[in-house]
Design a protein around this ligand. Structure first.
Ligand code: COA
Length: 382
C-alpha cells in the first residue's frame, strides 16, 4: 500500500468511467465520446440525459418516450410543496430548500424501499428526482416573490418548462435554447467534488436520494457550484460602485483575493464550456442591446491574460460566463447554484448507475499524525 499522501485526492484515479472525457491541457470535454460543442448546440438536455443514463444517443422514438416519462414525473406532492413554501416564506437559502425538499421525496416514492442493487429502480428514482427538481425550485422562487406556484406545462421540454414555471411566461426560442444549452454544459464533469460525494454515498449501497442530497451539499460551496453566484456578485459590485472592472481586478490581485470563475482543478486552459457560454453571452448581449456584463467580463479577462494568469494555467471556467447568461434570462442570482444542481443531478445519477454496476465501498485512509498511548484521565480528575 502506497504511503504517498495526495491532498484533495488530486490526480488520483479511483474509478473507471465512460461518462465524461476531459483533457485539461487541450480544453476538451465530451460525454461518452461526443464533443460538448456538438451536444450543447445540437442535442436537447433530455437527449443528453438519455445518453448519460443509457449509454447511447436515443432515436427520435426513444427520445419521445423518454421525455414523456420524464415530464410525467414533474408534479411534486402537496406536502413537499407546502414545506418548500414555508421555507421560501422564512427566507431560506434556495440550496437548503432544495436539499430539504429532495430529502422529503422518498416518502412519496412508490419504490422507496427498492434495493440499491436494482439499477432499473434506481434509474426510475433518478428520473423522478430529475423531473421534480425544477418544480421544487420554481415553486420556491415564486412563493418568496408572493406568487402562486404553477403546474408544469406538459407541452414544454425540460428547459422551457422550468423557465415557464419560474417566470410565469412561456419562454421564447432563444431563452429556451440558451437554458437548455446551459443545462447540457453543466450535466456532467467527471469526478468533481459533488459527483464524488454522490458516489461515496452510493458506494455504501445507500439509495439514490441520499446520493443526490450529498451532491447538493457538496455543490453549494464557493469552490464548486457557488462560484457562478460569486461572479455575478462581482459584476454587480463593480457596477454599483462605479469601479472600472480592471481596477477591481487589480485590487483583487493586490489583496490576494481569488477571481471568481477563474481556475480549475483539471483545466489548465480556458474551459470549453466557458467558450460556448461566452459566445451565447455575446449573442444575448447583442439581441438585448445590453453589453454591460459582457464588457466587464471581457475587460477582466483581457487584464488577467496580460497579467500572465493563462501561463500559470489559471483561466476562465464555466462559472465566469454562466451567471451573466442567466441574468440575461431574468433568473435571480441565488438560483444559479440550484440550477447547476438541477443540471448536475443528471450526472450524479449517471455516475451512481455506472459505479453500482461494479460497486466497491469507497473508503480511503488518513495518515494519523496525532499522539498515541495517551493516558486517559477520568472527567472529574481533569
Ligand atoms: N484567482 C486567482 N488565483 C487563483 C485562482 C483564482 N480564481 N484560482 C487559483 N489561483 C491560484 C492560487 O492562488 C494558487 O496560487 P499559489 O500557488 O501561488 O497560492 C494556484 O492558482 C493554485 O491554486 P489551487 O487552489 O491550489 O488550485 P486548485 O486546483 O485547488 O483550485 C479552484 C481550483 C477551482 C478551487 C480554484 O481555482 C478557485 O478557488 N477558483 C475560484 C472559484 C471557482 O471559480 N470555482 C469554480 C470551479 S468550476
Amino acid at each position: 500500500m502506497s504511503n504517498e499522501l495526495k491532498r484533495g485526492l488530486e490526480g488520483v484515479l479511483v474509478a473507471e468511467s465512460e461518462l465524461s472525457y476531459i483533457d485539461g491541457e487541450a480544453g476538451k470535454l465530451g460525454y461518452r465520446g461526443y464533443a460538448i460543442e456538438d451536444l450543447a448546440t445540437q442535442a436537447s438536455y433530455e437527449e443528453v440525459l438519455y445518453l448519460l443514463w443509457h449509454g447511447e444517443l436515443p432515436t427520435r422514438a426513444e427520445l419521445e418516450a423518454f421525455s414523456e416519462n420524464l415530464a410525467a414525473e414533474r408534479s411534486v406532492d402537496d406536502e413537499v410543496l407546502a414545506a418548500v413554501a414555508d421555507l421560501a416564506r422564512s427566507g431560506a437559502d434556495p440550496m437548503d430548500a432544495l436539499r430539504t425538499a429532495v430529502s422529503m421525496l422518498p416518502t412519496y416514492d412508490p419504490e422507496a424501499d427498492a434495493d440499491a442493487e436494482d439499477l432499473a429502480a434506481t434509474r426510475r428514482q433518478g428520473r423522478r428526482i430529475t423531473a421534480k427538481i425544477p418544480t421544487i425550485l420554481a415553486a420556491f422562487d415564486r412563493v418568496r416573490r408572493g406568487e402562486e406556484p404553477l403546474d408544469p406545462a406538459d407541452d414544454l421540454g425540460y428547459a422551457g418548462n422550468f423557465l415557464y414555471m419560474l417566470t410565469g411566461a412561456r419562454p421564447d426560442d432563444v431563452a429556451e435554447e440558451t437554458f437548455d444549452m446551459a443545462l447540457t454544459l453543466h450535466a456532467d464533469h467527471g469526478l468533481n467534488a459533488s459527483t464524488f460525494a454522490s458516489m461515496v454515498i452510493a458506494s455504501t449501497m445507500a439509495d439514490i436520494y441520499s446520493s443526490v442530497i450529498g451532491g447538493i451539499g457538496a455543490l453549494s460551496g464557493p469552490l464548486h457550484g457557488g462560484a457562478n453566484e460569486d461572479v455575478m456578485e462581482m459584476l454587480e459590485e463593480i457596477d454599483e460602485s462605479g469601479t472600472d472592472p480592471v481596477e477591481w481586478a487589480t485590487a483583487a490581485r493586490e489583496e490576494g483575493r481569488r477571481i471568481p470563475g477563474y481556475g480549475h482543478r483539471v483545466y489548465r486552459v480556458k474551459d470549453p464550456r466557458a467558450e460556448i457560454l461566452e459566445q451565447r453571452l455575446r449573442d444575448l448581449s447583442a439581441s438585448n442591446d445590453d453589453t454591460k456584463w459582457l464588457d466587464y467580463t471581457t475587460a477582466i479577462e483581457e487584464y488577467l491574460a496580460d497579467q500572465g494568469l493563462l501561463e500559470e494555467g489559471i483561466a476562465p471556467n464555466v462559472d465566469f460566463y454562466s451567471g451573466s447568461v442567466y441574468d440575461h434570462l431574468g433568473i435571480p442570482t441565488d438560483m444559479y447554484t440550484p440550477i447547476f444542481a438541477m443540471a448536475r443531478a443528471g450526472g450524479w445519477i449517471a455516475h451512481v448507475l455506472e459505479y453500482q454496476t461494479d460497486n466497491r465501498l469507497i473508503r480511503p485512509r488518513a495518515r494519523y499524525t496525532g499522539p498515541t498511548d495517551v493516558e486517559f484521565v477520568p472527567i472529574d480528575e481533569r
